[in-house]
Design a protein around this ligand. Structure first.
Ligand SMILES: [Zn+2]
Length: 334
C-alpha cells in the first residue's frame, strides 16, 4: 500500500506539478527576454519657422537638436555629450525646473530658436543640407548618439542641472557669475578648454564703420558724447575675466558691460580687441564664439578626439556633476 501511495505521489508530481513548474519557468524566461516597451516622454515643441506647435517624443526631438546644434562630422562621444546636455535641458523645461524669461512658445515646452531655447531641425532639412553622399551616415550617427545615451541626464546634488553650452570658449570657459551677473552656479565654473584654436572661426576680425558704431552707441546710451573719428581713442577696456573676456569697458565717460557691447554690435564673443582701421573703419577681432559658459562644443570634440567619453566630457565642463537616467531620477524623487 505504501508503495502504491508513493507511486501515486510520484505520478502526480510528474504529470501535474512538473509541467506547471516548467511552464511557469518558461513564461518567466520569455518575460525576461522580451524587453518591456519603454514609454518615451512626449513634449510640445514650438517650431518657430512654421509658427506652429508640434507634439513629438523626447528621443525623436533630441535627434533634431543634435543635428542642428553640432556638426555631424564631430566625434561620436561629442555628439553623445551634446545629446545628454540637450536632453537635460529640455527635461528641465518640461518639468519647469527652469523657465524662459517670457513665454513666446504658445504654451509649448520648448522652441526651436537657438537664441531663446535650443536649435532643432527637421530630419529632411538636415539631410538636404548634408547632401546625398553624407546624409544617411550622418543621420545614423546622430541616431546612435541619442540611442546610446537614452534617458541619461545630468544631475548636481540630486537636482537637474541647466546645462548651458556654446560653440567655442576661446581656450577657457567662464564662471557663470562673470557673464550673467550675480548668477553663481556651482557646476558652471571656468575650466580649460583645449584644442579650440584649431577650429574654424576661432579668431575672426570684423570691419565696422566708425560712424555706424558711434550711431548705435549713441542711440543706446544718449549720454555718450562721441564723435566717430574719436571712437577708438575713447575706448578703454576696464576689466577682463580670468578667461580673457571683456567684463567692463569705458566708452567716452560711460561704463558698459562687455556682454552689452557684444549684443549691440553682434560680436561673436566678449573676448575682443578693438583697433582703428583705415578710412574711418574699426577692426574688432574676437576669439571664440558664444557666451563661454558650460560646455564648449569644439572643446568637447577635441576631448573626444583624444579618447574622452561623453561622461568624461560632461564632467570636465560641468564641475561636480554626475549622470543618471530620467527613470531613476523620477523614482528617487517621489
Ligand atoms: Zn524658446
Amino acid at each position: 500500500m505504501k508503495r502504491f501511495v508513493r507511486y501515486v505521489l510520484l505520478m502526480t508530481i510528474i504529470v501535474v506539478i512538473l509541467p506547471l513548474i516548467i511552464v511557469k519557468g518558461c513564461s518567466t524566461v520569455i518575460e525576461d527576454i522580451v524587453p518591456e516597451e519603454k514609454e518615451d516622454l512626449t513634449l510640445k515643441v514650438y517650431i518657430k519657422d512654421a509658427d506652429e506647435v508640434q507634439e513629438m517624443s523626447l528621443e525623436e526631438y533630441l535627434k533634431g537638436v543634435v543635428a542642428a546644434e553640432m556638426p555631424a562630422d564631430f566625434e561620436l562621444e561629442a555628439l553623445k555629450a551634446q545629446a545628454v546636455a540637450a536632453r537635460t535641458y529640455v527635461y528641465g523645461r518640461m518639468k519647469k525646473f527652469y523657465s524662459p524669461k517670457e513665454d513666446t512658445h504658445k504654451g509649448a515646452d520648448i522652441c526651436t530658436d537657438p537664441g531663446h531655447c535650443q536649435a532643432w531641425t527637421k530630419k529632411g532639412d538636415a539631410m538636404a543640407k548634408w547632401g546625398n553622399l553624407r546624409a544617411f551616415d550622418n543621420w545614423s550617427k546622430i541616431e546612435r548618439a541619442v540611442r546610446e545615451t537614452e534617458g541619461v541626464i545630468i544631475l548636481y546634488d540630486k537636482k537637474v542641472v541647466n546645462p548651458v553650452f556654446h560653440a567655442n570658449s576661446g581656450g577657457m570657459t567662464e564662471n557663470s557669475e562673470d557673464v550673467w551677473e550675480g548668477v553663481e552656479v556651482p557646476y558652471l565654473k571656468s575650466v580649460k578648454s583645449e584644442g579650440e584654436d584649431k577650429s574654424e572661426g576661432y579668431k575672426v576680425s570684423a570691419v565696422f564703420k566708425e560712424e555706424d558704431i558711434t550711431k548705435k552707441l549713441k542711440d543706446q546710451y544718449p549720454d555718450m558724447d562721441l564723435e566717430p573719428e574719436d571712437l577708438v581713442d575713447e575706448i578703454e577696456i576696464l576689466e577682463r575675466t580670468k578667461a580673457g573676456r571683456v567684463k567692463e569697458i569705458k566708452i567716452e565717460d560711460v561704463v558698459i558691460k562687455g556682454t552689452e557691447l557684444r549684443s549691440l554690435l553682434g560680436l561673436r564673443s566678449t573676448n575682443f580687441n578693438i583697433e582703428k582701421g583705415e578710412n574711418g573703419e574699426v577692426v574688432i577681432t574676437t576669439i571664440g564664439y558664444g557666451h563661454g559658459v558650460g560646455m564648449s562644443q569644439w572643446g568637447a570634440n577635441n576631448l573626444a578626439k583624444n579618447g574622452g567619453t561623453y561622461e568624461e566630457i560632461l564632467k570636465h565642463y560641468y564641475t561636480g556633476i554626475y549622470l543618471d537616467t530620467i527613470e531613476n531620477f523620477e523614482a528617487s524623487s517621489q
